[in-house]
Design a protein around this ligand. Structure first.
Ligand code: VGL
Ligand code: ZN
Length: 198
């Protein structure tokens, strides 16, 4: 049984001062770096959106950031523009140790569809390819850390459990956006899906 640490979206825009800052996002850099040595593999995800991405409120005239719209694939929160391809905000936070990463997987690069999960885009059907990579390497036991606990971390961990991986979220190495109770909901959804919260 080989173990992978999946580090979700530790990028400039999700840390204090960034376009979609998660409170305390920078506090988890050191704990995440310290965890890397305990695993057989380290995978980083990188939220990676074109400027015309459909998840940006600015691309929906009259819509406020953090409002919800209907997409062909279901409800979608409209975010402030963030992690735009080629901008500093899309870079990994300078405090993150990149030297141990075996794989960087980018997600959200299609303009018409968001991708919270590291495994499937928000239509819940389009795979990112990560499951195949992990299975090919025999990495069956996955621990999730990073940002944001109630969106990309939760969706990734729930998909991992559904796909048959052992999925753990190391809560002390995550921080949440907490939009209208989304943190509590995400924790309940993760538990219901068989994700271990530790
Ligand atoms: C995320 C909202 C939009 C995340 C990414 O990393 O949790 N949240 N894009
Ligand atoms: Zn995003």
């Amino acid at each position: 049984m080989a173990r992978a640490l999946i580090v979700i979206d530790m990028q400039v825009d999700f840390c204090p001062g960034g376009a979609l800052a998660v409170a305390g996002g920078d506090e988890i850099m050191a704990p995440i770096n310290a965890l890397m040595g305990d695993f057989d593999a380290v995978v980083l995800t990188q939220d990676w959106h074109p400027a015309d991405h459909a998840s940006f409120a600015a691309n929906h005239p009259g819509a406020d950031p953090f409002s919800v719209t209907q997409m062909p694939y279901g409800p979608q929160v409209l975010w402030p523009a963030h992690c735009v391809i080629g901008t500093t905000g899309a870079d990994f936070h300078p405090g993150l140790d990149l030297s141990r990463a075996d794989l960087v997987i980018r997600k959200g690069f299609r303009a018409q569809i968001d991708s919270y999960s590291a495994f499937f885009e928000n239509d819940r059907r389009t795979p990112t390819g990560l499951a195949g990579y992990l299975r090919d390497r025999g990495l069956t036991d996955l621990s999730f850390v990073g940002l944001a606990q109630d969106f990309c971390v939760a969706w990734s961990a729930i998909d991992a459990a559904k796909l048959g991986f052992t999925a753990t979220v190391i809560e002390g190495a995550t921080r949440a956006i907490d939009l209208d109770g989304s943190r509590d909901r995400a924790r309940a959804d993760m538990r219901a899906a068989g994700v271990i919260l530790e």
